[in-house]
Ligand binder design. Sequence first.
Ligand code: SF4
Ligand code: F3S
Length: 112
Amino acid sequence: MTYVVTDNCIRCKYMDCVEVCPVDCFYEGENMLVIHPDECIDCGVCEPECPAEAIKPDTEPGLESWLKLNADYAKTWPNITQKGEPPADAKAMDGVPNKLEAYFSPNPGEGD
Ligand code: SF4
Ligand code: F3S
């Protein structure tokens, strides 16, 4: 199994998660992060660190499409290990529904 980043990360992108991952398996897009499923060791420490509650174990039902999105973009987006500045409107975006359809960007972030 692995953990996956899901919808509510989009445009919240708090990045607290990257600071605690022991294997540095987060990858940065323009407005969200993903986890590389082959690198994640399932330790679970990132899950409670996310203020947006966007990180879930892939054992939860209904996350197949999110697992694929994480796997696909982890191949091309740059690695990120240090927390940067979250979007200015992160709090306002927390909990907005259907962010994937409305706001997802396939563009890479800057990484570190
Ligand atoms: Fe990293 Fe552990 Fe989270 Fe996987 S579960 S992404 S290894 S902190
Ligand atoms: Fe996203 Fe939560 Fe990390 S909002 S960047 S998964 S701390």
